[in-house]
Design a protein around this ligand. Structure first.
Ligand code: ADP
Ligand code: MG
Length: 260
């Protein structure tokens, strides 16, 4: 059983600039094991940059990132911050599953090959086990019959469900989602949200950047509102969506991103 008081992800005072533009201005955020944290905010507020810092697709200029009680070690080199320990980076990345807006499946591989690639080659697990598990995962996300198809032959919703299954195949401790339904035709959004909801119900730790307000309200344990690189408001969905939040958050909600 998971200990509900164990932090799965903890960001402390993250700062990141691109040139002279400070995108993250000291972000602190905590997700306990089993938490589903919805991250909301207007375009350009730093949501993707924050998520990308967690698995070091971007290196923060300062601050601390902990995943599963392990802190990513950073070092300064010629005035730039970078990961200090490649092996640690690799290990931590493997424990973080990332799902992007644009699916990012490998187009030259079948769906099954997409799922078993990292488990076999990066994690050195036996092929037969990886195949067996991949088939279970494809069943779980409802596309078992697509195992031998190439991504281009799947709908956007099916590709995104395959991308989720691929992330799960690496046994991540934490799942990060960056607007996983934003590139989908409206009629395909529901099938992806249903899979994400099922993962939440299983007790998976998830950080989800989303514009799906109903998901944020109904599925998450915590809602975080980013504004101009800062956490402007956070709280339970109930608090955030009823009286709580901040003026900026209420403005954000009324500005067309409101509850669907
Ligand atoms: P969000 O995901 O909330 O829309 P982003 O994190 O993508 O916001 O971007 C925040 C700001 O940082 C934007 O103004 C964006 O243009 C800028 N930005 C993001 N990535 C880069 C980059 N690699 N180089 C320069 N500017 C960037
Ligand atoms: Mg973004």
């Amino acid at each position: 059983m998971t200990d509900p008081l164990k932090p799965a992800v903890r960001l402390t005072e993250l700062r990141k600039s691109f040139g002279s533009f400070e995108v993250l201005k000291g972000i602190s955020l905590e997700a306990m094991e089993g938490d589903v944290v919805s991250i909301l905010g207007s375009s350009g507020s730093g949501k993707s940059t924050m998520l990308r810092c967690i698995n070091m697709l971007e290196t923060p200029d300062s601050g601390q990132i902990e995943v599963g009680r392990e802190t990513i070690r950073l070092t300064q080199q010629r005035g730039r911050t970078r990961p200090a320990d490649g092996r640690q980076l690799q290990r931590m990345r493997a424990s973080i599953g990332m799902v992007f807006q644009s699916f990012n499946l490998w187009s030259h591989m079948t769906i099954l090959e997409n799922l078993i690639e990292a488990p076999i080659h990066a994690q050195k697990r036996p092929r037969a086990d990886c195949v067996e598990e991949a088939e279970l995962l494809l069943e779980k996300v409802g596309i078992a019959e697509k195992r031998n198809h190439y991504p281009a032959h799947l709908s956007g919703g099916q590709q995104q469900r395959a991308a989720i299954a691929r992330a799960l195949a690496q046994h991540p401790k934490v799942m990060l989602f960056d607007e996983p339904t934003s590139a989908l035709d409206p009629e395909l959004v529901g099938e992806v949200l249903r899979v994400m909801r099922a993962l939440a119900e299983e007790g998976r730790t998830m950080l989800v950047v989303t514009h799906e307000m109903a998901f944020a309200r109904d599925v998450s344990s915590k809602v975080v509102f980013l504004n101009k690189g800062m956490v402007e408001a956070e709280g339970s969905p109930h608090d955030m969506f009823t009286a709580g939040g901040s003026d900026g958050f209420r403005q954000f909600l009324s500005g067309g991103s409101g509850l669907k």
